[in-house]
Write a protein that binds this ligand. Structure first.
Ligand SMILES: Nc1nc2c(c(=O)[nH]1)N[C@H]1C(S)=C(S)[C@@H](COP(=O)(O)OP(=O)(O)OC[C@H]3O[C@@H](n4cnc5c(=O)[nH]c(N)nc54)[C@H](O)[C@@H]3O)O[C@H]1N2
Ligand SMILES: Nc1nc2c(c(=O)[nH]1)N[C@H]1C(S)=C(S)[C@@H](COP(=O)(O)OP(=O)(O)OC[C@H]3O[C@@H](n4cnc5c(=O)[nH]c(N)nc54)[C@H](O)[C@@H]3O)O[C@H]1N2
Ligand code: SF4
Ligand SMILES: [Mo]
Length: 694
């Protein structure tokens, strides 16, 4: 007898700019096949390797299926099954006791395990707001660039990714789209076939860089210097669109003075590249109308990340590249979608709203925060942490301190998870969460401009529950009366957008529920006639807002915290700059436990340049010890000029417990923050490397 087969629509929930539309084949309540939706223009019927295997993840034998409480020591990962009622009452008893006394001692910790607006920060935030818990600054990824764009364009908006296919020159700046933005890489390939020139700007010859016509291998954290050097050439050779500058930009004379200090010689010296490279790049860029920049996150994870984005974001406004829809810059499209964050998260539920708000803890400093004894400046010691949509023990910087913090026996830790991750091992209560195929959600994208609906395709696996339902359950057990805590998932989806925004003309929750998605109505060339969202309405080369905050109003180069320029003594001891960008077959730390994907990545590697390897006596395949004052890890050396001299590369983010030494790259990364946005500095990290001699 044939099993009944159904097809369901879903949205890829993962932290990836492509936000694909998926079609799920369901047989007897199980997802058996996941495919890209051919009708969704950004997806074009194709999913990446990771998510093509999604059924393997959803029905993995290691899925958490029942609530559990800890029986062993923190971090041992020993649990016993309990009922949901018992789980809720344990959570409620402890959280109620702390909230009644010191609400700020409770901290939520979450990021983008799902990008869904419902299973993300809706009921969860309402719950923590109602308690008056500490607020989390969610800055682990995009905050430096978002701030850079906010000060320059007014929001995280830019050119549309589909028009990369029409560009004549494409600068792939600090990104690796083959791994992390596959569907835009397809557009770039189209452009390439039509004769476009592709240039990668990246310290590493990534999978993408090796397929470009040119690769500019600058030192990590020097991108602002390159952009300023390019501006110098654009200005001195008068490759400027004077009309565009006059009408649509603010502060050109000041920017000009700044850029004139950045001769190509100076820029090239800082970047560790040839002077001619700076000149040629500027000439090519300045003489092409349809010049498109895909700026990405790789360049922001250093001290000067915000300024670097600002400097790069000035380029298309100098040359007038914005006049064409295939010109300009795309970093993130997330600002286009009219999300109603207030309605979703209800900050007005905070007891002291709006004048007296609880303290903010920066998620990048979670290691220090968990170990802080509490004082007047920091506020009360943290007593409870509730983790959802994130795996901080693997992904947060300075992991030795993070793990030490989570190991505190007096810390009450709840983890909502699909799998027993490195973080889950430290839980007091480990609560099984549904996956995207099992719950309802609504999405925007940070890579395209469609709004999308995700409907459950299968029933929950085991006793798993959606995040929203888990927070409703804890709230009920705590006896919280606030009605907003009990809105259904669909009720939340319905208020997620400001549906009367002109970009959503004719679109409703019901309509995307039926069709799967809708494209936002937006101009094709967003800044062809200005229209920046800054206070002046112009592209702000000079920012009065930055000036008022006591910061440099013009973009500049700031040496990395950890570099020969920024910290010479440290650089003498730890001369190699380590970067740890995403591996193609993982998505942050998600998928590391899917055997087929992990076996494709093999084992943790460290790419090291032949010259750096030779002086250290490191040969291909050697096991190496990577260390600095914060920690150490091991990896297999790959001696290769993919890594530029002075830079080592360890593709990430491994689950610690699935690595042979129980460690990952975050043993060595630091909690220091960026210039703008208080973001993480994962790629601002000096180390030394030695062969392991047994
Ligand atoms: N397969 C896969 N896809 C992913 C992810 C994943 O883990 N795996 N993660 C997702 C997430 S959360 C994000 S934020 C994005 C990130 O994706 P991207 O924005 O592409 O950023 P990264 O992968 O961090 O870095 C991209 C490139 O920047 C280079 N780079 C490092 N430091 C510098 C620098 O100082 N300057 C310049 N110019 N380049 C530098 C790296 O060598 C790398 O090749 O990808 C998303 N997509
Ligand atoms: N060394 C180094 N560290 C990095 C980076 C790097 O490049 N190098 N990149 C940084 C960046 S850009 C980012 S964005 C962060 C990412 O950090 P995180 O956002 O923590 O991302 P993941 O590691 O993918 O962990 C997400 C977790 O959420 C869980 N999850 C997924 N969906 C749900 C759900 O519906 N409910 C619940 N309860 N759980 C769910 C998944 O199982 C997974 O374990 O890492 C950062 N860390
Ligand atoms: S991870 Fe990215 S490319 Fe892969 S299916 Fe999801 S949205 Fe698409
Ligand atoms: Mo990210």
């Amino acid at each position: 007898m044939n099993a009944p087969v159904e097809f369901a629509r879903a949205v890829c929930p993962h932290d990836c700019p492509d936000t694909c539309a998926m079609r799920v084949t369901v047989e007897n309540g199980r997802a058996t096949r996941i495919a890209g939706d051919p009708d969704h223009p950004p997806t074009q019927g194709v999913l990446c390797t990771k998510v093509s295997r999604y059924a393997e993840r959803v029905h993995h034998r290691d899925r958490l299926t029942v609530p559990m409480k800890r029986v062993g020591h923190k971090g041992e990962g020993q649990f016993e099954a309990i009922s949901w009622d018992e789980a809720y009452s344990i959570a409620a008893a402890r959280l109620s006791e702390i909230a009644a006394r010191t609400p700020e001692a409770i901290l939520p910790y979450s990021y983008a395990g799902t990008m869904g607006l419902v299973q993300g920060e809706s009921i969860a935030q309402r719950f923590f707001h109602k308690l008056g818990a500490s607020r989390l600054d969610r800055t682990i990824c995009a905050a430096a660039g978002a701030a850079g764009l906010r000060y320059t364009y007014g929001a995280s908006i830019g050119m549309h990714s589909e028009f990369f296919s029409e560009a004549e020159v494409i600068l792939i700046w600090g990104g690796n789209p083959i791994a992390s933005n596959l569907h835009v890489w397809t557009r770039m390939q189209e452009a390439k076939r039509n004769g476009a020139r592709l240039i990668a700007i990246d310290p590493y010859r990534s999978l993408t860089a090796e397929k470009c016509h040119e690769h500019v291998a600058l030192k990590p954290g020097t991108d602002a210097a390159l952009a300023l050097g390019m501006m110098h050439v654009l200005i001195t050779e008068d490759r400027l669109d004077h009309e565009y500058i006059a009408e649509h930009t603010y502060g050109f004379e000041q920017l000009k003075a700044r850029a004139l200090a950045w001769t190509p010689t100076r820029a090239a010296r800082v970047c560790g590249i040839e002077e001619q490279t700076v000149v040629d790049l500027a000439r090519l860029y300045g003489s092409t109308r349809r010049a498109a920049i895909r700026a990405n996150y790789g360049l922001q994870r250093v001290r000067g990340g915000g300024n670097a984005v600002r400097a790069i974001a000035c380029l298309p406004s100098l040359t007038g590249a914005w006049r064409h829809r295939a010109g300009g810059l795309m970093l993130s499209s997330s600002g286009w979608a009219p999300v109603d964050n207030h309605a979703l998260e209800r900050p007005d539920l905070i007891p002291g709203w709006p004048s007296k708000l609880p303290r903010v803890v920066n998620m990048n400093e979670i290691g220090n925060a968990l170990l802080h004894p509490g004082d007047d400046e920091f506020g009360p010691k943290l007593e409870a942490i509730v983790v959802y949509n994130s795996n901080p023990v693997a992904v947060a910087p300075d992991s030795v301190r993070v793990a030490k913090g989570f190991a505190r026996e007096d810390l009450f830790t709840i983890v909502l998870e699909q799998f027993q991750t490195d973080t889950a091992d430290y839980a007091d209560l480990l609560l099984p969460a549904t996956t995207q195929l099992e719950h309802l959600d609504i999405h925007k994208s940070y890579g395209h401009t469609y709004v999308m609906a995700n409907l459950p395709a299968i029933p929950p696996v085991g006793e798993a529950r959606p995040n929203t339902e888990i927070f409703r359950g804890i709230a009920r057990a705590m006896g919280l009366a606030e009605p907003a805590l009990y809105d259904s998932d669909e009720a939340v989806a319905k208020i997620a957008y400001r549906w009367n925004d002109p970009a959503l003309k004719g679109v409703t929750w019901e309509s995307i529920k039926a069709s799967g998605w809708a494209k936002l109505a937006l101009p094709e060339a967003p800044f062809a006639n200005g229209g920046f969202r800054t206070p002046s309405g112009k592209c702000e080369f000079f920012s009065d807002r930055l000036s008022k905050e006591g910061l440099d109003p013009l973009p500049d180069y700031l040496p990395p915290h950890e570099s020969a320029e920024g910290s010479p003594d440290l650089a003498a001891r730890y001369p190699l700059a380590m970067i740890s960008p995403p591996a193609r077959n993982f998505l942050n730390s998600t998928f590391v436990n899917v055997e087929s994907l992990r076996s494709t990545e093999g084992t943790p590697h460290l790419d090291i340049h032949p010259a750096d390897a030779a002086v250290r006596g490191i040969a291909e395949g050697d096991e190496v010890h990577i260390f600095n004052d914060r920690g150490a890890m091991r990896a297999r050396a790959r001696v290769t000029d993919r890594a530029r001299e002075g830079v080592v590369v360890g593709l990430s983010i491994w689950w610690k417990k699935l690595a042979p030494d129980g460690c990952n790259a975050n043993q060595v990364t630091s909690q220091a923050l960026t210039d703008l946005g208080r973001s993480a500095t994962f790629y601002d990290c000096l180390v030394e490397v030695e062969p392991v001699r047994e």
